[in-house]
Design a protein around this ligand. Structure first.
Ligand code: ADP
Ligand code: MG
Length: 340
């Protein structure tokens, strides 16, 4: 059983600037599994941007072109569970062997392996075996390899061997085509201005975009309500309200610099004065904690630093808050200000 969902096809995965690289790389891999330099192919991006869909599409297409190949899709969570069970039942070797004879292995949401060293270890061996034998590995993750935490270095370095392709937020045109495609497949007609209204207001999650349209269709067919802009507004509002508003990095810098009674320029400056360095490190730490921004993006927004500086800042804050009482109070105070 390959666990592939045939509805998640390339045909149904609409192309746009936001996904062109990942989609094309996926098509290339599907044409020649194990035979391109995209091995592993790692697809990364935020929630609801199509990682799972694209991963399936590659598998479905390979199965279509090469019916003799064994293709397996599994979430990292399920993989971990299977591994734990195999250890309990004393058949760890069978588990490893099962995975080593697969032609195309697709593991979804590998960020789930973070901190799970036993599973990482076994995956490392499976990965090496597959790779050495020219088998294809496809991975998805909510973060780029440089931003993954608590994943062993040797595994991260393997992740970087092939291609990491990002799925970004789709632009307006792409959002409209995704909605129209969905309506077309469901055989539903909807006025153009309503479709555009939804596409304009839901920007960062395709699952929510589709969810809003599905609610609209349901309201109109079950409650016999006419699909109006008013109805669309109500539904969109529900979706937008439910997605927790994220604090911005600018806001974090403002709160931290206010707390230490300095201005944001000072916080960002190149000075090595201890209290300013600490304020900057705290801003980086909170940006990591409260936003979805990558380390690289945090660094560039907080005084043009690189991702290693941000990583170092986060570790320093962690260390200091467990050893220095005064510092821990800073962290708690600022946390409170950011949480209200
Ligand atoms: P992720 O795994 O990144 O959280 P999913 O793959 O589950 O996201 O995608 C969420 C929903 O959005 C799915 O229903 C998927 O079919 C749809 N979707 C995402 N991107 C596209 C796209 N480019 N074209 C069509 N549908 C898409
Ligand atoms: Mg997914």
């Amino acid at each position: 059983e390959s666990q592939l969902n045939p509805n998640y096809s390339f045909e149904n995965f609409l192309e746009g600037d936001s996904n062109r690289l990942a989609r094309s790389a996926g098509l290339a891999v599907a044409a020649k599994p194990g035979g391109t330099s995209f091995n592993p192919l790692l697809i990364f991006g935020g929630v609801g941007l199509g990682k799972t869909h694209l991963a399936h599409a590659i598998g479905v297409d390979i199965k279509d072109k090469y019916p003799e190949k064994t293709v397996l899709y599994i979430s990292a969570e399920k993989f971990t569970q299977q591994y734990i069970d195999s250890v309990k039942k004393n058949n760890r070797n069978d588990f490893i062997h099962f995975y080593q004879i697969i032609d195309v292995l697709i593991i979804d949401d590998v960020q789930f392996l973070s901190g799970k060293s036993g599973t990482q270890d076994v995956f490392f061996h499976i990965f090496n075996h597959l790779h050495q034998n020219g088998k294809q590995v496809i991975l998805t993750s909510d973060k780029a390899p440089v931003d993954m935490q608590d994943i062993e270095q040797r595994l991260l370095s393997r992740f970087k061997w092939g291609l990491s392709a990002e799925l970004q937020n789709p632009d307006f045109e792409t959002r409209v085509s995704i909605l129209k495609n969905k309506l077309y497949r469901d055989g539903v007609e909807m006025p153009e201005d309503i479709v555009e209204y939804v596409a304009k207001n839901i920007k960062t999650n395709v699952r929510e975009l589709e969810g809003a349209i599905i609610s609209l269709i349901a309201q109109s067919s079950f409650n016999k309500k006419e699909i109006t802009i008013e109805l669309a507004k109500q539904i969109v509002e529900k979706f937008v309200k439910n997605t927790k508003r994220e604090v911005s990095i600018d806001y974090i810098q403002k709160i931290v610099s206010d707390y230490f009674q300095m201005d944001v320029d000072t916080l960002q400056s190149k000075t090595r004065k201890r209290h300013i360095v600490q304020a900057r490190q705290l801003a980086m730490f909170f940006a990591k904690k409260f936003t979805k921004a990558s380390l690289a993006s945090i660094g560039s927004q907080i005084g043009k630093r690189d991702h290693a500086t941000v990583l170092h800042a986060c570790k320093t804050v962690d260390n200091l808050s467990s050893t220095d009482k005064q510092f821990r109070k800073y962290v708690e105070d600022i946390s409170k200000k950011l949480s209200v």
